[in-house]
Design a protein around this ligand. Structure first.
Ligand SMILES: CC/C=C\C/C=C\C/C=C\C/C=C\C/C=C\C/C=C\CCC(=O)SCCNC(=O)CCNC(=O)[C@H](O)C(C)(C)COP(=O)(O)OP(=O)(O)OC[C@H]1O[C@@H](n2cnc3c(N)ncnc32)[C@H](O)[C@@H]1OP(=O)(O)O
Ligand code: TJR
Length: 366
């Protein structure tokens, strides 16, 4: 183990990183709160400010992935689509199998300049996670209870609000609705069987309602669906704790750009289209397992310095008083921040995931 790698695994380093993340995050949350009156005067200006404030938080995690752990992210995509990435609104459909899949998504957002503005259809529970969840409120992230009777109205309304959003964004949808576990896979394949759908090996059966409502409400606003399939080399199982320990991973993302006009408007046809898409995604994962790569040419969009510069800025700002005082209070604060971050990391761990999708369903449906 090299000296640098040894340093990255030290508890004191983690304590400092967590301290900077928590204190800067809370400062940003406070600044976001201060923008509330501005929404009444100029909504678009308030949105633009919040995009930049949010960047200060999420880019710290991107910096940890790219600069601290040195994780490499390779993009497999059609070179003709490449110039459009970051220059249009898009709906991103991504597999939900890894604890850091959202962070790899963020990395690509940063590389294409849409990190501050990007959105997701997230479970309501995440809205209460300090810093990230609170920040999302000001970013107009769309939350769902995963109860269609309630979601159909609220999700559609939140999506309508995004129609006049002032900057380009990617709207992320994990159509599987929950993270992959063998038990959830088994249950969802029972559902597939009862619906006469082919079995999937690497994905849960996609939930189609959220996709349909998103496409319907963002038609005319989003130009395309980016069908994205993520995997890691050498059977890596990446975690946020691994990133914090400076462990380097190798992510491969296969993206196909599908113009929105190609997606059927009718709900049943749209659902069938999504099921077919997941069968294709499954075949790409099979190809990856067999060959170690996705089909098609690769590009590695370079990591940008901004996430690192932002991180260094907050480190300087918040560690200076720490250096001056270095008293019991600062250490207690760091320790509390570290415990808080450990709890937040718990939200990303598959073992601690929800029971959504675990419940057996009757098999006699057609
Ligand atoms: C160039 C680079 C390109 C790309 C870069 C990549 C990415 C970057 C992009 C953006 C990044 C931005 C932000 C990322 C940051 C952080 C993200 C972090 C976390 C958020 C993640 C989450 O919270 S995921 C959970 C929430 N989201 C969802 O659930 C979405 C999917 N779900 C749906 O769409 C649902 O339909 C619903 C939520 C709208 C409603 O759920 P509900 O359960 O009420 O209804 P369903 O329709 O799903 O259920 C009833 C029908 O489903 C059938 N059923 C029953 N059991 C199952 C089962 N186990 N599996 C599948 N289907 C099942 C049932 O039979 C019913 O069927 P019907 O025929 O009647 O429909
Ligand atoms: C700068 C360095 C930073 C140090 C580390 C900071 C750690 C901060 C942790 C922030 C946590 C943010 C959580 C947002 C993303 C959670 C993604 C996720 O995967 O959610 C799960 C849902 O999709 C489905 O839930 P399940 O039904 O599977 O249950």
């Amino acid at each position: 183990m090299g000296v640098l790698q040894l340093l990255k695994s030290q508890f004191l380093c983690h304590l400092i990183i967590c301290y900077v993340f928590v204190v800067s995050g809370l400062i940003i949350n406070l600044l976001q709160l201060c923008t509330l009156p501005l929404w009444l005067v100029s909504k678009q200006l308030a949105r633009r400010i919040n995009i930049r404030l949010a960047y200060c938080v999420s880019s710290q995690m991107v910096a940890a992935l790219e600069w601290w752990s040195g994780t490499e992210c390779t993009l497999y995509t059609d070179p003709k689509s490449y110039p459009l990435y970051g220059n249009e609104n898009a709906i991103v459909v991504l597999n939900h199998s890894f604890e850091i899949d959202f962070l790899c998504g963020w990395t690509f957002c940063d590389r294409f300049g849409v990190l501050g503005s990007s959105k997701v259809l997230a479970k309501k529970e995440l809205a209460y996670v300090p810093i990230i969840g609170w920040m999302w409120y000001f970013l107009e992230i769309v939350f769902c209870k995963r109860k269609w009777e309630e979601d159909r109205r609220t999700v559609a309304q939140s999506l309508q609000n995004l129609r006049d959003y002032p900057e380009n964004y990617w709207f992320l949808l994990y159509c599987e609705g929950t993270r992959f576990t063998p038990k959830k896979h088994q249950v969802s394949m029972q559902v597939a069987e009862s619906k006469g759908l082919p079995k999937l090996k690497y994905h849960l059966l996609p939930r189609t309602k959220g996709f349909w409502v998103t496409v319907q409400n963002l038609r005319g606003t989003a130009a395309a669906v980016y069908d994205s399939t993520l995997n890691f080399r050498n059977n890596e199982s990446p975690t946020l704790l691994g990133i914090l320990n400076g462990k380097k991973y190798h992510a491969d993302l296969y993206v196909r750009r599908i113009p929105l006009e190609m997606i059927p408007e009718d709900e049943a046809e749209c659902a069938a289209w999504l099921h077919k898409l997941y069968q294709e995604k499954d075949s790409f994962q099979e190809h990856y397992t067999q060959t170690g790569c996705f089909p098609g040419p690769t590009v590695s969009p370079p990591r940008r310095p901004w996430s690192l510069i932002n991180w260094l800025f907050w480190c300087c700002l918040l560690l200076y008083p720490l250096d001056n005082i270095l008293n019991v209070l600062s250490l207690t604060l760091s320790f509390t921040a570290s415990l808080g971050v450990r709890w937040m990391i718990g939200q990303t761990e598959i073992d601690k995931g929800s029971s959504y999708g675990n419940k057996e369903v009757p098999l006699n449906r057609n």
